[in-house]
Design a protein around this ligand. Sequence first.
Ligand code: G4P
Length: 282
Amino acid sequence: MNIQWYPGHMTKAKRAMQEDVKAVDLIIEIVDARAPMATRNPDIESLGQGKSRMIVMNKADLADEEASAAWARWFQSKGYTCFLMDARSRKNLKQLMASIDKACSEKRERDRKRGILNRPVRAMVAGIPNVGKSTLINTIAGKSTAKTGNKPGVTRGNQWIRLNKSVELLDTPGILWPKFEDPKVGECIAFLGSISEMITIPEELATELIRTLKERNSCSGLEERFGLEGELTPSGILDCIAEKRGCLGPGGEPNTEKAAGILMNEFRAGMLGRITLEDVPE
Ligand code: G4P
């Protein structure tokens, strides 16, 4: 499957991000913990030149715990401050704040040496669509101040949320576009729902997901949830899901498009278990 798409509004979002980034010292890059590499955007390297950087592996509640720990170690070994998060919950907020403080410590020290005291560090949240940027900003702000959902072009007024006496956060996330050079990356992002459903064929995406889960030996949740038995091909599994969920056409034939939709929704919501789609590079 080869996925390529660069909608016009992404060019606009990138321009907005280039503008906003000038006002910040720290970029909090949000990735999806289920695919921490595929959900990054290489542009952030150039955009983040000279800025402090931190990685939040969000949706950690949906990812395999051991895999997340390995990814966190890997990012840390590359010099990033890395934090595992479920952005919908306020449970880890205190630790997140401590992590943000740590990520800012060099900048604060540089300021101190230059005689700049008590100037709050300014941070922004950035990432590709659907990784949980707005949810995280809302959780941090403690109320629904940021608009959730992928809506580039929301009125931008550079509002700052004061996190504590030393850090302020821009209330508008920086939206970046994923890179598709490697077809596996495009697939991963499509599985996780970070690109429009309009450009993928539901049955094709679903069978590809089943194939991937098989390759990764991550099928037990799938088998359990849909009561699958025996050796089935990916398309056989889709037929089976259609039957089990009563998605049948007029002649009783399986409606695989509907079954594909069910499978993708349940996978994305974590109903097939905590699954990570990428391994730490060798
Ligand atoms: P974005 O700004 O990066 O585009 O993402 P957004 O915050 O809109 O989040 C996208 C979806 O992911 C939302 O679900 C949100 O609730 C969910 N989400 C965000 N962070 C987490 C997390 O850490 N864990 C889990 N399990 N889900 C998370 P939605 O179904 O699109 O919207 P909603 O019905 O929940 O509002």
